[in-house]
Design a protein around this ligand. Sequence first.
Ligand SMILES: [Zn+2]
Length: 222
Amino acid sequence: MSRHRHVRWLYSHQVRQVGFLRAIRLMTRSDIICKNWVSNIIDLLNMYGFSETFDNVLTINNNIFVNQFKTRVIDTYKSEWFASIESYSVLDMYKIYKPLHGYEFYLDIIPRSLRLFFTKLRVSVLPLRIQTGRHGRNYIPRNIRYCLCCRSLDIEDEFHFICICSYFSELRRKYQMFYYTNPSAVKYHLLLRSNNKAELVNLCKFINESLSPRNQILNNTN
Ligand SMILES: [Zn+2]
């Protein structure tokens, strides 16, 4: 009889609950290689610090336990999320824009076709030289990752690209990005946390239209 059918047999014959649990505990002994739904539950309980729960199931209040387990799973996930962000230097700016874990309102107000541009800007994955110069054969020391569009000897980072670069001044006017008059890091950070639909949509259109001519300049330079 397979282990799975054995478990069902024990349960269907109304073996007392304690006996049933002891029986399936035997089937997950460490000296027996056995992976099934029971061992998966035990693994989960161990993972989240509830190792004793399985053996004391009769003394546990189900409602309280479910709430405790749910809270522990959520807290653990959030801790791992913060730790993962801390471990990537490319997300140094993202940490500032998103101090708390949670759903982002901009996902609902920016049209699907444009949303990706704002997301890429927030997580610093637009193909700007501050990022493309980080790796492999294209490595460039950080202090000389200059903007090749305006040739101002400014580092081409996200702030320069969105707010400063003179090459895209006309495009900023087209999309009424007056927000960037007298640009500052504070204004830029507020923009990245904005929920103003018109402002974000125009920003996304700006990014979308600027990437192609920018790539053209880089191709001609190389
Ligand atoms: Zn520039």
